[in-house]
Design a protein around this ligand. Structure first.
Ligand SMILES: [Zn+2]
Ligand SMILES: [Zn+2]
Ligand SMILES: [Zn+2]
Length: 285
């Protein structure tokens, strides 16, 4: 039996400043390789549910969400999953009001209680529209609190929030499986997949949730030490220990030239790039 189709797309593989960095003329910022152009970090998972309805789930809403949506022809957004509340992961939230209009429906926003609290504060005009001076066109969102280790299901897919440390800030990543489990559709199928951005260390209790992955997306900021992100070496080490069939790095700065990093990495580990797509929706492109 063919499994429910799933397509995973990296919408942005860059760090908080994006690449190129404003006003920078370094080799990466001026590289002709399109893989060295990095929007702020986010991803999207698409599926077709049991009723044949196309579903789009965003992981984070980067400040580049508008351009990312235009580039990929996104015309709906059923759910948003937040990893944490940093600006490079949430500041595109305002733009999802367009998806509300296109779908004529609210969008559920999933995050840890503390993340939702920050998002409500940052987007007061959305969550407390009565306090706006003029009646204005804002997104219609339904907050949904999620917790580490408590699986939740959306559109035939299951999501497990996993704890990671981002410096001293506890944040979450997501492990994504089909609710039905079982093998995927061929070698390009992305599931089980874990999306782990803004990670500096993996707590002991989280390793068990990363067993048996087909695809691992992992933070690998740059070569030099950073207090809140893994370096390339640390990420290679973690990727080896996790042992996914294939690992892609994300959240990379302008210290990282795609082609040189790709040439240096061990088999099964590669830099991601904006527009990297895994899996397909069976004829729906
Ligand atoms: Zn640069
Ligand atoms: Zn962050
Ligand atoms: Zn970040």
């Amino acid at each position: 039996m063919t499994q429910q189709p799933v397509r995973f797309t990296i919408l942005g593989s860059g760090t908080s400043a994006g690449v190129p960095v404003i006003g920078c003329e370094c080799d990466v910022c001026t590289s002709p390789d399109p893989r060295d152009k990095r929007f702020r970090p986010s991803a999207c998972i698409e599926t077709v549910d049991a009723d044949g309805q196309h579903r789009v789930i965003l992981i984070d809403t980067s400040p580049d969400l508008r351009m990312q949506s235009l580039r990929h022809g996104l015309n709906r957004c059923d759910d948003i999953l937040f990893t944490h509340h940093h600006v490079d992961h949430v500041f595109g939230l305002d733009d999802v009001r367009r998806f509300n209009v296109l779908m004529d429906s609210p969008i559920t926003v999933h995050g840890e209680p503390i993340t939702l609290q920050h998002v409500r504060r940052m987007f007061q005009h959305i969550f407390e529209p009565a306090s706006n001076t003029n009646k204005s066109f804002v997104a219609t969102l339904i907050p949904h609190a999620i917790n580490v280790g408590a699986r939740f299901d959306l559109h035939g897919l299951s999501f497990m929030p996993i704890r990671f440390m981002h410096g001293r800030l506890p944040i979450i990543g997501f492990r994504i499986d089909r609710v039905t489990g079982g093998p995927g559709n061929g070698s390009d199928d992305p599931l089980p997949l874990a999306y782990c951005t803004d990670v500096s260390s993996i707590p002991p209790e989280s390793w068990g949730m990363l067993v048996g992955l087909k695809t691992l997306i992992l933070d690998a900021l740059r070569y030099r030490h950073h207090p809140t992100h893994m370096t390339i070496d640390q990420a290679v080490d973690a990727a080896r220990q996790i042992g996914a069939e294939r690992t892609y790095f994300t959240h990379m700065t302008h210290d990282v030239l795609h082609a040189s990093l790709e040439a240096d990495l061990p088999d099964g580990v590669a830099p991601s790039h904006d527009g990297l797509t895994l899996g397909s929706l069976d004829g729906r492109q």
